[in-house]
Design a binder for this molecule. Structure first.
Ligand code: 4AD
Length: 562
């Protein structure tokens, strides 16, 4: 018995190496020492002898002072741990209570049933765009919860969106207590009844008024948590993720403003043609002829035959001239562009027009008139002008007349301004001016440019040659600062023999083009036209970085969804 007691009180030797030891994997032996004396005391208790290594001199018995300090340190550490554990327990209890309170509140909220006060006047169902005219009357408005702000238990502000505008709705008292109210999320759909009142000075909301609700109902709830709209669509998300979620992005203020402006711009184009007595036609998208070169054709199998998605409706528009006079169309064009640039789409909205009995100058004048008409019209409309200013606050209507510059002068300009090719040489007459130098020149000049008279060999086969200099064509590209080419147009060859020769030069079999060639056989006429890329025009007008932002669901290399 006495021996046992003696053995129990023999202090264990514990090794601490302050340089190479470890408090997590060490066990106090000489081979795997602890790092700190506090850990040694904590793990092995008081009845130990500590062998301490502080430097290269090796293990030595710990000094009395150091042991005292370590013991004090352990007590402090234990106190701290206890305090932390108590704090954690309190936090857990608080959280539990909060969750229980919330669950109780939700249970209580479920018991609150909102009912419409039938003694109130009947509500007129309106769209938000009618809200200014509907002030003071009881109305019912339905839409999506664009923004939601809860202020205390008895007040909620909903900015409602219905596609026609935004309207702030104020819910108070019991209206904020129902289950739907306390669980309401952004992008849920709701109907709100109440009276629209003008806001007093100093307060702001869309249209300077708000709907004071007397009743509301949920129509469809949107998710909360990770799946919540605001967690899915964030402005700093990866562009490709945003394109995958374009269906949600479209609901945002910027994307929807672009689409709304787009609709108004298209209306303005149509208004111009209406005023000029052009007839709108709807040419086919499935074709068996090329217009702008074989390299960008999208081919497909058409009942066993080769067919393409149209690159341009120009050839069809030309055939309409004898039947309808001046014509235009707004159709999708398709280009299998390999280039991954911010101005190229695989499918784009192509506005094309064709005019008979005109000269090249008439074509240029018409183009300038058309663009200026559209800009004037868009800016004259209060709502559309607001959209343009929201998206492009610095927009200024371009000065007339637009600069007209011949291709040969552009070649000279590039030389004078030291704009070179990648290999360091200058562009020479006859060479295509690619996108990059064209953009540098356009941005430097800083105003719309009608670049004309391109050499025949760098342009499409159908372009009319200038009679006094048959090296060049009666062709025009309209270049805009920030975007580059937005329009391509020309006079068309009206001589049948010349056209047949041009097919040969371009390596095109004339047979499938008989219907196009026939225009020169059955009453030919000087004529010309152009194609305008709607997304490019919008990118310029609305100052969008890429044409992709101006398309509803953009298609480009590698993207054909959603
Ligand atoms: O210059 P392009 O190729 O001309 C034609 O297609 C003519 N047949 C049109 C005509 O005379 N009826 O294209 C005309 C315009 C360009 O200026 C550009 O704005 C747009 O169409 N465009 C594109 N837009 C977006 N993505 C693309 N890949 C585009 N390719 C051309």
């Amino acid at each position: 018995m006495a021996t046992d007691t003696a053995q129990a009180t023999i202090p264990e030797t514990v090794f601490v190496d302050e340089i190479d030891g470890c408090d997590t994997s060490g066990n106090g032996t000489e081979a795997t020492p602890f790092k700190s004396s506090i850990k040694a005391l904590e793990a092995k208790g008081d009845n130990i002898k500590i062998q301490l290594k502080k430097d290269a001199e090796g293990f030595k018995e710990i000094s009395g002072a150091a042991l005292k300090k370590a013991k004090k340190g352990l007590v402090e550490q234990q106190k701290k741990a206890k305090k932390l554990a108590e704090q954690q327990a309190k936090e857990n209890a608080d959280l539990k209570k909060k969750q229980e309170d919330e669950a109780k509140a939700l249970e209580y909220a479920k018991s609150i049933k909102l009912t419409e006060d039938k003694s109130l006047p009947n509500a007129e169902k309106i769209k938000i765009r009618q809200s200014v005219a509907s002030r003071g009357k009881r109305v019912k408005v339905s839409g999506w919860v664009h923004r939601l702000r809860v202020q205390g238990k008895d007040m909620m502000f909903i900015v409602l969106r219905d596609g026609s505008g935004y309207l702030q709705c104020v819910l108070t008292g019991k209206l904020c207590h129902s289950y739907d109210a306390v669980t309401l999320t952004n992008e849920s759909t709701v109907s709100v009844w109440g009276v629209i009142q003008e806001l007093p000075e100093g307060k702001t909301a869309p249209d300077q008024h708000e709907l004071i609700a007397d009743y509301w109902e949920i129509v469809g709830k949107a998710p909360s948590g990770d799946d919540a709209f605001n967690n899915k669509v964030t402005p700093d998300a990866d562009p490709s993720y945003l394109l995958d979620n374009r269906h949600l992005v479209l609901r945002g203020e910027t994307a929807s403003a672009v689409l709304r402006a787009r609709a108004e711009v298209i209306k303005a184009f149509r208004a111009f043609y209406e005023e000029e007595h052009f007839t709108e036609v709807t040419p086919p998208c499935m074709v068996q002829t090329q217009v702008e070169g074989g390299s960008t054709l999208f081919a497909f199998n058409y009942y066993g035959e080769n067919a393409y998605l149209t690159q341009s409706s120009q050839l069809y528009l030309e055939t309409c001239l004898p039947a309808l006079g001046d014509v235009f169309c707004l159709a999708e064009s398709y280009r299998a562009e390999k280039s991954h640039t911010r101005r190229h789409l695989s499918e784009y909205s192509h506005l094309e027009a064709e005019m008979a009995f005109i000269e090249f100058k008439d074509l240029l004048d018409h183009l300038e008139d058309m663009m200026c008409f559209v800009i004037d019209r868009v800016l004259a409309d209060e709502e559309t002008s607001k959209l343009v200013m929201q998206l492009n606050p610095d927009f200024k209507k371009p000065e007339r007349p637009f600069l007209r510059m011949e291709y040969k002068d552009a070649i000279a300009y590039l030389k004078e301004n030291d704009i070179k090719k990648e290999d360091g040489s200058y562009y020479e007459f006859g060479e295509d001016i690619p996108e990059a130098p064209e953009r540098v020149m356009t941005d430097k000049i800083g105003r719309p440019i009608f670049l004309t008279h391109f050499p025949a060999e760098i342009k499409a086969f159908y372009m009319q040659k200038v009679p006094s200099d048959r090296r060049v064509t009666e062709s025009v590209d309209v270049l805009m600062p920030g975007v580059g080419e937005i329009v391509g147009g020309s006079m068309r060859m009206d001589n049948r023999a010349e056209l047949l020769e041009a097919y040969g030069t371009a390596g095109i079999d004339p047979a499938p083009y008989y219907w196009y060639t026939d225009q020169r056989k059955y009453g030919t006429t000087p004529h010309g036209g152009y194609g305008l890329g709607v997304e490019r025009f919008l990118a310029w007008l609305l100052n969008r970085y890429t044409v992709r932002d101006c398309s509803l669901y953009p298609r480009f290399t590698g993207r054909c969804t959603p």
